[in-house]
Design a protein around this ligand. Sequence first.
Ligand SMILES: NC(=O)c1ccc[n+]([C@@H]2O[C@H](COP(=O)([O-])OP(=O)(O)OC[C@H]3O[C@@H](n4cnc5c(N)ncnc54)[C@H](O)[C@@H]3O)[C@@H](O)[C@H]2O)c1
Length: 299
Amino acid sequence: MFLRKSIQTLSQRYYSTSNIKSVGVIGGGQMGSGIAQVLAQVAKRNVILVDLNKAVVEKSLININGFLQKSVAKGVITEEDRQSTLKRISFSDDLNSLKNVDFVIEAIVENTEIKCNLFKDLSKICKPEAILASNTSSISITQIASNTNNPQNVIGMHFMNPVPIMKLVEVIPSLQTNDETLKTTMELAAEMNKTTTLSKDMPGFIANRLLMPYINEAVQALHEGLGTREDIDTTMKLGCNMPMGPLTLADFIGLDTCYSIMNILHTQLGDKYKPSPLLKRYVEAGRLGKKVKHGFYTY
Ligand SMILES: NC(=O)c1ccc[n+]([C@@H]2O[C@H](COP(=O)([O-])OP(=O)(O)OC[C@H]3O[C@@H](n4cnc5c(N)ncnc54)[C@H](O)[C@@H]3O)[C@@H](O)[C@H]2O)c1
């Protein structure tokens, strides 16, 4: 509480994000595309979106444009807004294109080793003063930061899905993050029109420490035959006023991501968080949810 108050006071009195001119986003999947869009559309920043997979880079442009076109049709933004947003985003499959950016937001696959290796590379490529943020759902920011030369500039910036719609960003300072990095990150999130909460760097942070055991229990209930997928989802939707059922939500998040988060919770916090075997089977079958058009439901 005290930390948050002092951050607000300091940022109101001293800080401006005017030195953040360009932002690199890594990972052009569902989260990276949304983050790039909001940075360009709302925070009016120049963005370079990088994904190793060329097909994803192309798909990401189509997805962002599709979202913007729908917003124009609904009268939420103008055609000029759509065009100027797209002009601010460039796409690349080369990490070296991030050598001059001021801020990076990583949104690649939820895998500790792959993320740590990426941050090692970023530390060599980016300017030493660049802030390196991770959109990880559960991995230790302190561990990610320890792979860089400037761990004080590394922070967690956990967006919610879909990024253009969901209001929250969870901000996670590591043990090494300095005040300047924290203030800049909170400010940038505010310029993206997001509300921030602060979480300690513990597995799953606040959102997934609470959400994932709920989703996992729904998968386990399905596994045990407690009800059909529709029974489980409808019970929670109409009976508990959830905006969507837990199995639909799991499909929406991505079952590979849910499984990775449960594994982190399980390894670090104990057996209470053991992933359901059915969740593992769906991932093994490649039924990863809405992004591949097949999970608990077919899309
Ligand atoms: N899906 C959600 O609801 C959600 C919500 C909040 C946070 N997150 C987190 O955001 C991150 C991304 O999730 P997503 O749902 O967008 O996943 P996704 O599978 O849609 O996209 C991941 C992208 O990363 C790319 N990638 C993998 N390794 C790479 C590398 N080394 N360099 C560059 N690109 C690489 C892949 O090509 C893919 O396009 C994960 O850490 C996840 O935990 C997800």
